[in-house]
Design a protein around this ligand. Structure first.
Ligand SMILES: Cc1cn([C@H]2C[C@H](O)[C@@H](COP(=O)(O)OP(=O)(O)O[C@H]3O[C@H](CO)[C@@H](O)[C@H](O)[C@H]3O)O2)c(=O)[nH]c1=O
Length: 279
């Protein structure tokens, strides 16, 4: 059994589902988030409030840990400055803190939005290049590359779980992109317990008939999804508007993120400091 696991983003929508299963996998689970309190703790769990953008704080939280399951982040599109602090600098701090403490593996909540501009019809696998659909997706590309570099140069293992739609099935898109909560738990369990992972990518998606990607090449992770959104197809499709094959949001695996206007999401907020202009 693993001695100490750390879970970031433990108060979040997805992190909350993982707390109890992770206590079953380790002698000690340290849950962290930016919130003051996460309510009643499970047996074997402690809670530490810590800010991902604070490297010293993250280094302290990861002391003595075997692995970190990193779900703390802004989980949606946001202005670039916000994404930079939480998702980009935050990811750097987690990997750097892992390295400083000799942590063996980072299990990372990446996202479909790292490859969201790929077309559904291309049915991409794990070797497809990054093709982000938003600043949020771009931050996931950064963290995946960070993980690769820390594996190549520092021997920190990582599993990058590109999570699709981990929520109720409510639209034709989610018939293809659904990740059930139970399959999320199966995926994280597999990523933690796989023997040796190097730096691996795996799509976080249920066993959907209409899945737009495939996980060939991730067999070593041992993720075996059990749920299939097809059970909801009849009802969802009966109520759905006709498909529009010219709509990028329907053609791309990132769905509505494919049509996000970067200007609207805050590109102008990045301040570039030009040293040559300093007096
Ligand atoms: C910005 C920031 C956030 N957090 C915490 C606050 C939240 O409890 C938690 C994120 O949870 P939520 O906002 O509910 O997001 P959620 O839907 O669970 O998203 C998760 O799953 C997503 C994949 O679907 C991942 O892309 C996100 O990185 C991951 O956070 O992270 C921190 O601990 N530190 C931070 O700096």
């Amino acid at each position: 059994m693993i001695k100490k696991l750390v879970l970031t983003g433990a108060a979040g929508r997805l992190g909350s589902y993982l707390r109890e299963p992770l206590t079953q996998m380790a002698e000690e689970l340290v849950s962290t988030d930016i919130t003051d309190d996460i309510g009643a703790l499970y047996e074997g769990e402690t809670y530490v409030k810590a800010d991902l953008s604070d490297l010293a704080a993250m280094t302290e939280v990861l002391q003595g840990a075997d692995m970190v399951v990193h779900f703390g982040a802004i989980g949606d599109e946001a202005p670039f400055d916000d994404i930079l602090q939480s998702n980009i600098i935050g990811a750097y701090n987690v990997w750097e803190a892992a390295h400083r403490n000799g942590v063996r593996r980072v299990v990372y909540a990446s996202s479909v939005h790292a490859v969201g501009m790929h077309r559904i019809a291309d049915n991409i696998g794990l070797d497809a290049p990054h093709r982000p659909d938003s600043y949020y997706g771009l931050s996931k590309c950064f963290a995946e590359d960070l993980g690769r570099m820390y594996w190549d140069k520092r021997g920190v293992e990582s599993v990058h779980m590109r999570i699709f739609s981990c929520a109720q099935v409510v639209s034709p898109r989610s018939l293809s992109t659904w990740l059930s909560y139970d399959d999320l738990i199966r995926l994280v369990r597999a990523a933690v317990s796989a023997q040796t992972v190097g730096c691996s990518i795996v799509y976080g998606i249920s066993n959907n008939d209409r899945a737009p990607v495939h996980n060939l090449g991730a067999g070593h992770i041992g993720y075996k999804p059990q749920d299939n959104a097809e059970q909801f197809a009849e009802k969802i499709l009966a109520e759905a508007a006709p498909a529009d094959p010219t709509d990028l949001a329907q053609m791309c695996i990132g769905g509505p993120f494919a049509t996000i206007d970067l200007g609207e999401s805050g590109v102008a907020q990045l301040t570039i400091i030009d040293d040559s202009k300093k007096t």
